[in-house]
Each structure stands twice: as C-alpha cells, then as structure tokens.
Design a protein around this ligand. Structure first.
Ligand code: 5GP
Length: 119
C-alpha cells in the first residue's frame, strides 16, 4: 500500500478523530462506526483506518489478512449490537452505489426488510 497523494478520505478522517462518528469497535488497522444514514436497525460501516484500497477486490488481492480482520470486526460488532446474524455488503463501483472509494463494508443487522441493501 502506498501513501495517497490525494486528500484523506472521510473514513480516514473519522479514524483520525478529525470528523466525529459513533465508533463501536476498532483494531490497529480496522475501525467500525454507525453509518450516518442507516438503512437497517444496525447499520455500521467497517473499514480500514488507512486508505489505499479502493474496494473489496483490491483489498482481497492486496492484503487478504486485512480483509479477514475487517470481517472478524464485523462479526464482533454483530455479536455486540445484534444477535450475531448479519449481512455484509461491499458496494463495488459507482454503478453499484459506491460513493466513497476507500474499501468498506456495510454491516446490516437487526430485523431486516426482505431484500434491503445498503447504498
Ligand atoms: P458507499 O455508498 O460508498 O457504499 O457507502 C458510503 C457510506 O458512508 C454511506 O452509507 C453513507 O451514509 C456513509 N457516510 C458518508 N459520510 C459519512 C460520515 O461523515 N459519517 C458516517 N458515519 N457515515 C458516512
């Protein structure tokens, strides 16, 4: 992963505590916080603290251990905030609803509407 020459992403700024968020879990490399516009009873963004991977495909290819860590944090949050069952949605590409090009999962849990997806 290389240093980005561009502006920090919103999610990097949340990880740096420059933008407030309701943080629910973190490790050295992963952070989870409530989505500002929830689409489910529990809707948490789980993301890497550093940018560098635009989407889940890049992360899976570039650092599969970090992807596994992100999934483990999602599981822990679903255990803490719901009954342990959850959906994990990675919008990948603008056509699929991705608006922030810093890899992140939408953790959706609680009583979900049939077919509901984030984005
Ligand atoms: P995407 O559309 O890229 O898959 O997901 C981006 C998500 O980030 C959206 O669900 C959006 O509501 C959330 N989001 C955007 N800006 C902020 C913010 O400043 N704080 C929080 N907590 N969530 C944000």
């Amino acid at each position: 992963m290389t240093e980005s020459a561009t502006e920090p992403t919103i999610f990097e700024r949340i990880a740096a505590r420059e933008i407030p968020a309701r943080i629910v879990a973190e490790t050295d490399r992963v952070i989870a916080f409530h989505d500002i516009a929830p689409k489910a009873p529990v809707h948490v963004v789980v993301t890497t603290k550093q940018a560098g991977y635009r989407d889940v495909v890049e992360l899976a290819e570039g650092d599969p251990a970090l992807l596994a860590e992100l999934v483990a944090v999602a599981r822990d949050v679903a255990d803490d905030l719901a009954d342990g069952d959850f959906r994990l949605v990675f919008n990948t590409g603008g056509g699929a609803g991705q608006t922030i090009f810093h890899v992140h999962a939408h953790l959706l849990a609680g009583r979900l509407e049939e077919g509901s997806l984030a984005g």
